[in-house]
Design a protein around this ligand. Sequence first.
Ligand code: ADP
Length: 198
Amino acid sequence: MTASARLLIVGPQGSGKGTQGVRIAEAFGIPVVSTGDIFRANIKGGTELGQQVTAILDRGDLVPDELTGEIVRDRLSQDDAQSGFLLDGYPRNVAQVGHLDEFLSARGEALDAVILLDVPREESIARLSLRAQEQGRSDDTEEAIAHRLEIYENETAPILAVYGERGIVDRIDGIGSLDEITERITSVLAARGLTLAS
Ligand code: ADP
């Protein structure tokens, strides 16, 4: 049986949201829809979209809302996303929240929960510089990291107020072992009546 859950995971760069997102999606039997991963796969594959966004990602800027929205709508229209999904990296600003609302409400759907993975700024910067050494992601330069964190604080953090008003935000302490954090997330989701696939 597949459990239905429509989730969003939000957190600053280096919060571990990518890793936790994959774990939670697996536990629920739903696909992860990560806009960052979609863009990186297209860059790697040399597609037209990849060519359009390479310089934007390298600078740490946001890809235009219209283009990002189109990509997410396409992805969420695929069969495997009909009974649930976990969004990672979208929406990333208040305008994108509006676009997603429109798309989901036309299908009679809404997000069930927004998981905020909370880590202090110093910790997220430390983790990012480690990742830069290990993985060499081209947007993990000092300049692009600072820019992405700034965009997170100015544009992404405000979406939490919007979702907070709807009562769907769960704040999770992002400091601890991977398993501890996964457990924290699954228990807050269970408290909302969202149960794992069995
Ligand atoms: P991080 O959270 O470490 O910045 P992501 O993989 O989530 O990494 O995103 C990488 C880049 O992809 C962003 O810096 C941005 O350029 C682009 N991107 C991802 N999601 C969005 C979005 N929702 N809107 C616009 N640009 C996005």
